[in-house]
Design a binder for this molecule. Structure first.
Ligand code: PBG
Length: 324
């Protein structure tokens, strides 16, 4: 005789809802958005159906719609014109650059919307690297990059960014940025560290969207080796000690074990970045009728929460919020 029958808890929709362990709400989501220059422009990103590079006026419209759907944080990624890209990436801290104009416009239109700014040099670098490159050796220079990132962070804070997301993976950046921000009176600006950011092939569509792929080499001397999980704990301990407010794992689906490990190891909120390639794969398969795109999307998002993420950055944000 079978006494234990787990199926009793799955018998009807009502009982399944009653015993459900994780739920997803639009408040958990951060919408990454791509920005371009111009007016009234929405340039589709071919490998990311449903996404476009938005001029600032269109970005504001989009953000208003997201707000009304319950999404209260957006993360901006500016597509910088080649003419503004240099090897020292100085456009990154130009107060009038595309990113800072976009942040100001958003905060003016939607003061309560959390605006997150990316901290890394790649959109502004003629080398397409997150850090400064030694022209002789090709080495990515850690400590010189920290100085540049601090200038970028201060300019973003002045523009009104609420949260900064250092995605560059330089050593010591969280502490360096925290001190720079606090020293300049920006103690309220949060740091969401890209703590465990892997050297991943899943970033392909994003690099196409920003035309930001490295001109030479790859990012393996600063982004993490996909074979390593324990190393994420070391990065997490450093970020926590250096003053990070939120720890992030990126990409998402192939790294749920890392999300789980950070959840166990830290009391800080954990974020996960469901990246461009993950979005593109679902969209491509759904377009062919090979999977049900909506169901795969919701299953993936709930899996992030089940693994321990509190916050999910996802290109599905608007679509998911509409269904929720
Ligand atoms: C770079 C950056 C990348 C992403 C966010 N910030 C790409 C990279 O490291 O090359 C990827 C996001 C995505 O693929 O959705 N600082």
């Amino acid at each position: 005789m079978i006494i234990q029958r787990p199926r009793r808890n799955r018998r009807t929709p009502a009982i399944r809802e009653l015993v459900r362990e994780t739920t997803l709400t639009p408040n958990d989501l951060i919408a990454p958005l791509f920005v371009r220059d111009g007016k009234g422009e929405r340039t589709p990103i071919l490998s990311m159906p449903g996404h476009a590079r938005l001029s600032i006026d269109e970005l504001v419209k989009e953000a208003k719609e997201l707000w009304s759907l319950g999404i209260h944080c957006v993360s901006l990624f500016p597509a910088i014109e080649d003419a503004h890209k240099t090897s020292d990436a100085r456009e990154a801290w130009n107060p009038e650059n595309l990113n800072h104009r976009a942040v100001r416009a958003l905060k003016e239109a939607l003061p309560d919307m959390l605006v997150m700014g990316d901290i890394a040099l790649d959109p502004y670098s003629s080398d397409g690297h997150d850090g400064l490159v030694d022209p002789k050796t090709g080495e990515i220079l850690n400590d010189a990059t920290l100085e540049a990132l601090a200038k970028q962070a201060l300019a973003s804070a002045v523009a009104g960014a609420d949260i900064l997301g250092p995605s560059d993976m330089m050593d010591g950046r969280i502490g360096h940025l925290r001190r720079a921000l606090d020293g300049a009176g920006h103690g309220n600006v949060s740091l969401m560290s890209y703590t465990a950011k892997y050297a991943s092939a899943f970033y392909g569509p994003f690099r196409e969207a920003l035309d930001s792929a490295p001109k030479k080499g790859d990012k393996k001397t600063y982004q993490m080796d996909p074979a390593n999980g324990r190393e994420a704990l070391r990065e997490a301990a450093l970020d926590e000690a250096e003053g990070a407010d939120i720890l992030m794992v990126k990409p998402g689906l192939a790294y749920l074990d890392v999300v789980y490990r950070l959840r166990q190891a830290s009391a800080l909120p954990i974020a996960v970045y469901n990246v461009s390639g993950e979005y593109a794969m679902v969209k491509a398969a759904a377009e062919r009728g090979w999977v049900d795109g909506e169901k795969v999307m919701m299953e993936s998002l709930v899996a992030f929460k089940r693994a321990g993420a509190d916050v999910i950055l996802t290109y599905f944000a608007k679509e998911a919020a509409r269904l929720l």
